[in-house]
Write a protein that binds this ligand. Structure first.
Ligand SMILES: *Cc1c(COP(=O)(O)O)cnc(C)c1O
Length: 411
């Protein structure tokens, strides 16, 4: 792979023009859109509008006149086609952690004679923490966490399992689980499945309805580019919505919030999964960010994501000095999400040195260097430049300098 081939890939890229819809800093190669998506230009004017005009001038009237009250549903419906969901099943609210709490409780009530929530040891910790907290609250007679290795999921799908909680793309290794197959196998044993789409929504085609998924959660600030602290979303399959209850029975989930009735009555649809007042400014930012997806074909996203990562792997392999970087992600593109992980004893210091030189990647404990590929705004030339800079840092051993070994609060 040489520079001419890289330029040819950019020329042939049907998504290349999408980059113009983002505000990207100069002299920066951003390979961390899987942690915090870049800023879509449309978000800047929208947030200014919401703050200055809608809030500043129109004040409380905006709940109706600017439809603030409908934002959770409106934004949910914009996310739905990106994750293969028909209308009426997705709502934007809270964080993944809080949404998981609601869905875990709902799922357990659907399978109330069983107690086990099965998940993977290597799941994103907050997913496991939420089950542990729920287990402490309900007691082991009602909820118990069982963790298994990813490759052992299938053999642990037994009739004692109430809920299977899986993240479709492993946050460290990028390994992609087979949603269709695992959902079907779980259903054969009467298990309810919750999918965490944090690293899949906006990264690859997701088919929740086709896979007959029960529940799902996902993130607004990663591949959907909603900004820091952007609200998350949740999905509840239509067939489960009737009669289902979730325990965070706040007023926004009430059938008639503005009747101010003393007795809680859940909305008979996805609205019930809201709890309190939506964060209007953040949700408006996500709403504007989602417009970027309107003319995007998820298959083009997938093809480019695979090609970017394959190019990155090839360029790493071509450089002898990078042989200590060991690929921890599956080598076959179809088995990965849109990120690559490499282990290295000095992963932390290398990551800091990369950041200083304008290549933003991230470090995941204990020794993983992680690169995210966001097809909407990453070019093949970015990949080439990033590897060139990586080669310089490793060859010169510059990363061994003490300033690259200072740990900060957020990594
Ligand atoms: C990023 C991420 C989260 C984040 O959860 P929040 O509660 O929204 O902060 C959860 N799960 C996975 C798998 C993630 O990657």
């Amino acid at each position: 792979m040489n520079f001419d081939e890289i330029i040819a890939l950019d020329k042939a890229d049907p998504l290349a023009k999408k980059r113009l819809e983002f505000d990207l800093p100069a002299n920066t190669i951003y390979l961390d859109g899987n942690s915090l998506g870049a800023l879509p230009k449309s978000v800047k004017s929208r947030v200014a509008e919401v703050v200055c005009q809608q809030w500043g001038n129109d004040l409380i009237k905006s709940w109706n006149s600017h439809s603030w009250i409908d934002l959770p549903i409106k934004v949910g419906e914009k996310i739905a086609p990106i994750i293969g969901a028909a209308q009426g099943q997705v709502i934007c609210c809270d964080s993944i952690s809080v949404n998981l709490f609601k869905l875990l409780c709902s799922a357990l009530t659907l399978n109330s004679e069983r107690t086990v929530v099965l998940s993977t040891t290597d799941n994103f910790p907050t997913d496991l923490y939420m089950v542990q907290g729920l287990s402490d609250l309900l007691g082991p007679d009602l909820c118990q966490l069982q963790m298994v290795e990813e490759q052992d999921i299938q053999q642990n799908l037994t009739e004692s399992v109430a809920v299977l909680l899986l993240t479709q793309v492993n946050f460290r290794t990028g390994r992609l689980l087979d949603m269709a197959k695992l959902t079907q196998l779980a259903h054969e044993k009467g298990i309810i499945v919750i999918w965490d789409l944090a690293h899949s929504a906006g990264a690859l085609p997701v088919e929740l309805d086709t896979c007959e998924a029960d529940f799902a959660v996902g993130c607004g600030y990663k591949y959907l580019n909603g900004g820091p602290g952007s609200p998350a979303f949740l999905y509840v399959a239509k067939r489960h919505q009737q009669g289902l209850k979730q325990p965070l029975s706040g007023w926004m989930g009430h059938a008639k919030p503005f009747a101010f009735d003393a007795k809680y009555a859940p909305a008979p649809n996805i609205n019930q999964f809201q709890c309190g007042t939506p964060s209007v400014i953040s949700m408006s930012a996500l709403d504007a960010a989602l417009d970027v997806w309107q003319d995007v074909d998820m298959l083009q996203i997938r093809n480019k994501s695979e090609a970017l990562a394959d190019a990155f792997i090839k360029l790493i392999q071509m450089n002898d000095c990078l042989q200590d970087l060991v690929l921890c992600s599956p080598e076959i593109a179809q088995q990965r999400g849109s990120q690559l992980a490499f282990s290295h004893n000095d992963a932390f210091a290398i990551c800091q040195a990369l950041i200083e030189k304008g290549v933003i990647a991230d470090f995941r404990a204990p020794n993983i260097l992680r690169f995210g590929f966001t097809p909407l705004y990453t070019s093949f030339e970015d990949i080439w430049l990033a590897v060139t800079i990586l080669v310089n840092i490793v060859e010169s051993e510059e990363y061994k300098e003490p300033r690259f070994n200072i740990t900060q609060k957020v990594t």
